[in-house]
Design a protein around this ligand. Structure first.
Ligand SMILES: [Mg+2]
Length: 214
């Protein structure tokens, strides 16, 4: 059975990493302390090289877009940490014969750098990054590409596990997958159809999948 996992704030603590990186970035350039929150918020939902270029322009930095993007990707990969229980849970599922994939929106270089630096790559049959496949969650085409990269077919079904109600859960459901939402202390929004399963974190997500008959 296929299980697709979102990456940011599902398997790795992107928010914590971003705050750490922004603090270092601001201090290393002697920017005002208030810049830390501005930069974190600017990159909270998405970060592509153009977003770094806009930050560079806003703070009148001399570095080029390419230099800022490299600094960001290397820095974020360096501070990327798995959320508790991710590695052991994925290892258990893999041992049980699950087909595992990463299904993430974002730029290929940064998402792959984080997977490499955290050691997560080894657990997955396939890694689907929106920039690389030219389609994004929540489109059905994205989930089709993800299943294909895992060596399977979306029509055979499976699970989508993630923290975003629209891109992960609504997208996964519309693609015909069972859905599992990582609540991380939040309430499910009332304007989106409920997921099949709500779990607190990735440790509970993998434990729940492990308990299912394959
Ligand atoms: Mg996420």
């Amino acid at each position: 059975m296929l299980a697709l996992f979102d990456l940011d704030n599902t398997l790795i603590d992107r928010q914590g990493g971003l705050e750490k990186w922004a603090r270092h970035f601001v201090q290393s350039r002697s920017l005002p302390p208030t810049a830390e929150a501005v930069i974190s918020e600017r990159l909270r939902v998405r970060a592509y090289s153009v977003d770094l270029a806009e930050i560079g322009a806003a703070f009148e930095l001399s570095a080029s877009e390419g230099e800022l993007w490299r600094e960001y990707t290397e820095g974020m990969a360096g501070v990327a940490r798995c959320l508790p229980g991710a590695e052991s849970g994925l290892g258990k599922l893999r041992g049980m014969g699950w087909t595992l994939g990463v299904a993430t929106n974002g730029a290929g270089d940064i998402q792959r750098a984080k997977l490499t630096s955290t050691g997560l790559t080894r657990f997955f049959d396939g890694v689907c990054v929106s920039e690389e496949v030219g389609v994004r969650k929540p489109t059905r085409q994205f989930f089709e590409a993800a299943a294909e990269l895992c060596g399977t077919d979306l029509r055979l079904g499976g699970w989508m596990v993630g923290d975003n109600p629209e891109t992960d859960i609504e997208g996964g459901r519309a693609a015909g997958l069972h859905t599992m939402w990582i609540a991380a202390g939040r309430q499910w929004p009332t304007n989106v159809r409920s997921p099949d399963v709500v779990v607190a974190d990735v440790a509970e997500a993998t434990a729940t999948l492990s308990a299912l008959a394959l």
